[in-house]
Design a protein around this ligand. Structure first.
Ligand code: PRP
Ligand code: URA
Length: 286
């Protein structure tokens, strides 16, 4: 294996091991970005190099079927992005992409994937200690500070993600942001905004199945921040590299969770391969 500020090498002692290890310091040179993007979905884990404080990260590339690593992944090219690659999520996203999937099933799948993603995205929610009485004695435990969590769907398509997450955190509040993309400019046009007044105290999950150019997401996060929001996470189902980059540049403090990172946008701003128009497929308006 190569070492030093940047090295790419092989460890082939065992098929189950990582094939490539890419070591780097704080900044990746542009050539490495290209390599990372090319390999795309084969990047399965990014982890801190605990024993090597000079290196901030090690990246392992290995065949998916050999993975024994966590399904949550991040990539150095998109430091703000976490991909939720649980097998159930991958299975359901594939069904969602299928053009033959009817509206009823599409809606159920969006709901289920949102719930599975929320399981990961809530992993850092704060807990309050509580005491309960079991049939035998007193026990100490914890409860999620659920009333502090606020779901904010971006209308319309984000609505499809609300119920699934509420099933996990029923006490969460729900705000709404109304935005649509202008067909010609692809820029967002906002028409509605309502979130709880104590925004600074809350954890926001901004919901939209699609992160395409990123215009809608950037605008929605800006609106939430103007209202006082500080802890904001963006949950989407399918993201385009363009949107992840734009959101990361405008709001580097906002973590993005996606079920899949797709290849690119087409000239009309649709994600490829994508799943088409999420709002139309959810509400049967096409
Ligand atoms: C879709 C989608 C996002 C937006 C993403 O909404 O639900 O809100 O496009 O695109 P962007 O990243 O390029 O901004 P759309 O404008 O079609 O509105 P709708 O949900 O009402 O159909
Ligand atoms: N909005 C959608 O619904 N789908 C896309 O592919 C892009 C934006």
């Amino acid at each position: 294996m190569w070492s030093g500020p940047l090295g790419v090498g092989l460890t082939l002692e065992d098929d189950r091991q990582a094939l490539f290890i890419l070591r780097h310091h704080r900044r990746f040179p542009s050539t490495s970005h290209a390599l990372v993007e090319q390999i795309g979905k084969r990047i399965l884990i990014l982890t801190s190099a605990a024993r090597e404080p000079m290196d901030d990260r090690l990246v392992f590339f290995h065949a998916r079927e050999d993975s024994s690593f966590s399904p949550m992944t991040t990539t150095p090219a998109f430091a703000n992005l976490t991909l939720v690659r649980h097998p159930l999520v991958q299975h359901k996203i594939t069904l969602l992409r299928d053009r033959r999937t009817p509206t009823k099933i599409f809606k159920e799948l969006v709901d289920e994937i949102a719930m599975l993603m929320a399981y990961e995205a809530t992993s850092e929610l704060s807990l309050d200690p509580v005491t309960v009485q079991t049939p035998l004695e007193q026990a100490t435990g914890f409860q999620v500070s659920g009333k502090k969590l606020t779901l904010v769907p971006i209308l319309r398509a984000g609505l499809g993600m609300v119920e699934g997450i509420l099933r996990l955190v029923p006490s969460a509040r729900v705000g709404h942001i109304g935005l649509y993309r202008d067909h010609d400019t692809l820029e967002p046009v906002d028409y509605y905004f309502k979130v709880p007044s104590d925004a600074a105290e809350r954890d926001f999950f901004l919901l939209d199945p699609m992160l395409a150019t990123g215009g809608s997401a950037v605008s929605a996060v800006s609106s939430l921040k103007r209202a006082g929001g500080v802890r904001i996470r963006f949950l989407c189902l399918v993201a385009a590299p363009e949107g992840v980059r734009r959101l990361g540049k405008a709001h580097p403090d906002v973590p993005v969770y996606a079920a899949d990172l797709d290849r690119e946008l087409n000239s009309q701003g649709y994600i490829l391969p994508g799943l088409g128009d999420a709002g139309d497929r959810l509400f049967g308006t096409r």
